[in-house]
Write a protein that binds this ligand. Sequence first.
Ligand code: TXA
Ligand code: MG
Length: 312
Amino acid sequence: MKTLLTKSTTEAAEIIKRGGIVAFPTETVYGLGANVFNAAAIAKIFAAKQRPNDNPLIAHVGNLEQIKLLVKEITPNAQKFIDAFFPSALTLVLPKAEKVPLIATANLETIGVRMPKNELALEFLRKCETPVVAPSANLSGKPSPTDWQAVFEDLNERIDCILQGEATEIGLESTVVDCTSDVPLILRSGAITLEDLREIIPDTQIYKISENEQPKSPGLRHRHYSPRAQVVLVQSSKFKVQGLSAFIGLNQPENKFELVKTCESVERYAHEVFSFFRTCDSRNIETIYCEIVEESGIGLALMDRLKRAAEW
Ligand code: TXA
Ligand code: MG
């Protein structure tokens, strides 16, 4: 299939309306969208990404009204988070509406709902005139795409269209919070931090899977965020280096590397890490050394992604 590259939100939205799949920018990462009520279109997303079919999708809305089309009820906790944070890098998990096909939620009776803040995303979503389900627009298991070129690298000729926007501002995926029970549970950390959420609902917890339990967020089970290169986490700028290697972190390392990226803040580090992984793969780097950061603020989300990348 030929993949159309366009800057026109009208053209991209027309493709969604005709049952196609379109990659589009958000402030977190690029998503790969389909009409939430079109099961056949959603099936194309799973095929294009080679995504395991037990991994549910996030539904994106262009205005707050559309949330009602997706959920049975907006729980009181969810309403507080919506009032405080929407639109932003926050996904709320709620009981799904009858009409949402089960393929969208991988057979779960809940659905993740997000209203992105990125202007182009909002313009596109409004023109679609329907909520749009979208996972990150990468091949399953690869680092999420933070610019349209990364989408092109993974999905050219596998999807109908790429809406070409800017590189994403945040660079890590949204915070996912389960709001189906009294205590909000963070299933995946992101730019809306634990601290931010606790300012609104102090009880908010980080979900920790106990042994023998099915994970609440099936995505947590799967290989994620991984470059081909091996990822090694390091504590300081001084450590032993092997093979063709690269470094990303906050402090200038002492060793010599094929590729080095020092970032001026944890935010910049989060912003750069996925595209750095992709650059490393294109340069055939064998080992990527990633400096450990403090697990607070967005550092928690960054360390979550780094640890997952290092597991494989
Ligand atoms: O920033 C983002 O969230 C991006 C942009 C495109 O919005 N999307 C994204 O989607 O990262 P994806 O599919 O790559 O990751 C969605 C995560 C997965 O870990 C999935 O398991 C979880 O959210 N999730 C989605 N719906 C869920 C549900 N109903 N219950 C629990 N977890 C859910
Ligand atoms: Mg993903």
